[in-house]
Design a protein around this ligand. Structure first.
Ligand code: NAD
Ligand code: IPM
Ligand code: MN
Length: 336
């Protein structure tokens, strides 16, 4: 496997090294290519990402990505959106399930759902016009874009509890009527059980009855918002991993951002990044290694080794090392 490693900015530079150490502990035949991308690069060179960087990324099987800072500068184009679009990573997968020894702010622990977010269009189309007294952002919802993400959601549902909830705002936006129709047809023809909910009500239901959901499919911005909200169920922004999936390639990243409020303090929770490695391993077919990583994370957290976001006192590195120790001890005790 050829893997591009992008630390990015802020805590990306702190959590990705731990995730890479976890990967290294598994001794798999993985060739790593480090790529410098992000706001820090922009400050140094005037470019956040170059065509050459994109070419490098395109030549890899997959990407492990930390986080990048997006400054409020109208000239600055989000590199994350550029990568998702250029590499056509159309489905953003965000699993929401409890971890051992951690209770989120809602006190619930009987949920296990996954958000499948359309990742290349919607309000993130990048088609914008800014005038002196008005600004426009075009919301693009295409049949093709909706269908392929719906197909991914249904495929995932078949491997789970065969249930898809389509989240939209079609009472207000015609673009979402198209999204809803396409998702319904896809679920119907794939023999997947489905229902649909308006996004505002969904925010309420998801926080109140998370146990009701299996696969939640939605458009780009709604998926973004519902996923950070879902991190509250798990217990921290620092715990939620994600995968951006395309037809050939995929890239894996924590859901959180560069967290400037804690960057440099070496206390960022590396679990989201480490669980992103777990998703990467699973995507590539290293299923045993993927479950080993997940088990080790749960074992470590259950031992009470926690960063401050979880009420603990461990550093990023201490938590990362504890996961690696757990991996090593399980590898040593496994029969030949
Ligand atoms: P954020 O996700 O960076 O932080 C939100 C809150 O969660 C902060 O209080 C932060 O300290 C906390 N947090 C996040 N990750 C954590 C971790 N691993 N451990 C402990 N606490 C953690 O969101 P934000 O502050 O709105 O955004 C900061 C910057 O990151 C912005 O420039 C934004 O554009 C960018 N961003 C990038 C990505 C990405 O690269 N994938 C995602 C979201 C935001
Ligand atoms: C995420 C982030 C990004 C998004 C931003 C940084 C462009 O919030 O991955 O959730 O909105 O997709
Ligand atoms: Mn987000």
């Amino acid at each position: 496997m050829k893997l591009a490693v992008v630390e990015g900015d802020g805590i990306g530079r702190e959590v990705i090294p731990e995730a890479v150490k976890v990967l290294d502990a598994l001794s798999l035949p993985i060739e790593k290519v480090h790529v410098e991308i992000g706001y820090e690069k922009w400050e140094k060179t005037g470019y956040a990402i170059t065509d050459e960087d994109l070419e490098t990324l395109k030549k890899c099987d997959c990407i492990l990505f930390g986080a990048v800072t997006t400054p409020p500068d109208p000239e600055y184009k989000s590199v994350l959106l550029t990568i998702r679009k250029e590499l056509d990573m159309y489905a953003n997968i965000r699993p929401v399930k409890p971890l051992a020894g951690i209770t989120g702010v809602t006190g619930k622990s009987d949920f296990n759902y996954v958000i499948v977010r359309e990742n290349t269009e919607g309000l993130y189309s990048g088609i914008e016009e800014i005038h002196d007294d008005v600004a426009y952002t075009t919301r693009v919802v295409s049949r093709k874009g909706s269908k392929r993400v719906a197909e991914y959601a249904c495929k995932l549902a078949k491997m789970r509890n065969n249930n898809v909830t389509i989240v939209h705002k079609s009472n207000v936006m015609k673009s979402d009527k198209l999204f809803l129709d396409e998702c319904q047809q896809t679920a119907e023809s794939g023999d997947v059980n489905y229902n649909d909910t308006l996004v505002d009500a969904m925010a309420y239901y998801l926080i109140t009855y998370p146990e009701r959901y299996d696969v939640v499919v939605t458009t780009n911005l709604f998926g973004d918002i519902l996923s950070d909200m879902s991190a509250a169920h798990i217990g921290s922004m620092g715990l939620m991993p994600s995968a951006n999936i395309g037809d050939e390639q995929a890239f894996f990243e924590p859901v959180h951002g560069s967290a400037p409020d804690i960057a440099g303090e070496k206390i960022a929770n590396p679990v989201a990044a480490i669980l992103s490695v777990k998703m990467l391993l699973q995507w590539y077919g290293y299923n045993n290694e993927a479950s080993l990583v997940e088990r080790s994370v749960n074992y470590t957290l259950n031992q009470g080794i926690k960063t401050p976001d979880l009420g603990g006192e461990s550093t990023t590195e201490e938590l990362g090392q504890a996961v690696i120790d757990s991996i090593n001890s399980q590898v040593e005790t496994e029969p030949e």
